[in-house]
Design a protein around this ligand. Structure first.
Ligand SMILES: Cc1cc2nc3c(=O)[nH]c(=O)nc-3n(C[C@H](O)[C@H](O)[C@H](O)COP(=O)(O)O)c2cc1C
Length: 197
């Protein structure tokens, strides 16, 4: 045990101090309700991790834009204010144990299934990110800014709710990773293209 002493020491990251360095990675549970809300079974699952003594829990990826950013029917949502009360209850419960809590923000991009979301998925280009996947709509610059605003609104909501931090999902072939991968994003400079805003 002595060789893992550091693991049980507090650590401060900006203005957040964790009791120890045990961090639960975000893991989709499929415990969410069909409408993207948390239920009490779900809260109990996280509470048991906090009771176990984790320094920080990172709640599984939550959708920032519905339906186009959704990755499944029972994914948590944080794209509207009606999700605040139960997430508030979750934060309150976890904080009782001295555990900090973050939530992961996500937009599924081309990983969204057209049959579930009922519209064409979006992505960094019109390239499916999986063999046999739907051809997504290539986002325009204005649409990219609009999704950035959705992330910002979700982050603000997370702060209002009482989360101690957020994590941005940029892996697993979801929207942000579609911009990072040369397989799904080709950067074309045109006269009308500008990242300044
Ligand atoms: C069932 C399951 C759901 C997961 N959901 C997410 C998720 O929502 N967000 C994420 O970034 N990673 C997710 N992951 C990945 C884990 O957070 C973790 O990175 C991965 O299991 C590797 O960690 P390990 O090396 O400790 O096993 C998931 C993993 C599993 C097994």
């Amino acid at each position: 045990m002595n060789q893992y002493k550091k693991l049980f020491e507090p650590i401060t990251i900006r203005n957040m101090t964790l009791d120890n360095r045990l961090v639960m990675a975000p893991m989709g549970t499929n415990f969410g309700e069909q409408n993207g809300e948390m239920n009490f079974l779900h809260m109990n699952y996280y509470e048991r991790r906090a009771k176990g003594g984790d320094g920080l829990l990172i709640v599984e990826n939550a959708c920032v834009k519905y339906p186009e950013g959704s990755n499944g029917t029972t994914q948590l949502r944080i794209d509207a204010d009606n999700y605040i009360p139960r997430l508030y209850k979750l934060c309150e419960t976890i904080h009782q144990y001295g555990t900090k809590i973050a939530i992961q923000l996500n937009h599924a991009g081309a990983s969204a299934m057209e049959s579930l979301i009922g519209i064409q998925p979006v992505s960094a280009s019109a390239t499916p990110n999986k063999a046999g996947g739907a051809i997504p709509h290539a986002l325009t610059v204005e649409e990219i800014y609009s999704i950035a605003d959705d992330y910002a609104a979700a982050a603000k909501r997370a702060q209002t709710i009482g989360f101690d931090a957020i994590e941005i999902h940029a892996g697993y072939s979801y929207l942000i990773s579609q911009f990072l991968s040369p397989l799904t994003f080709v950067f074309v400079i045109t006269n009308s293209f500008s990242f300044e805003k």
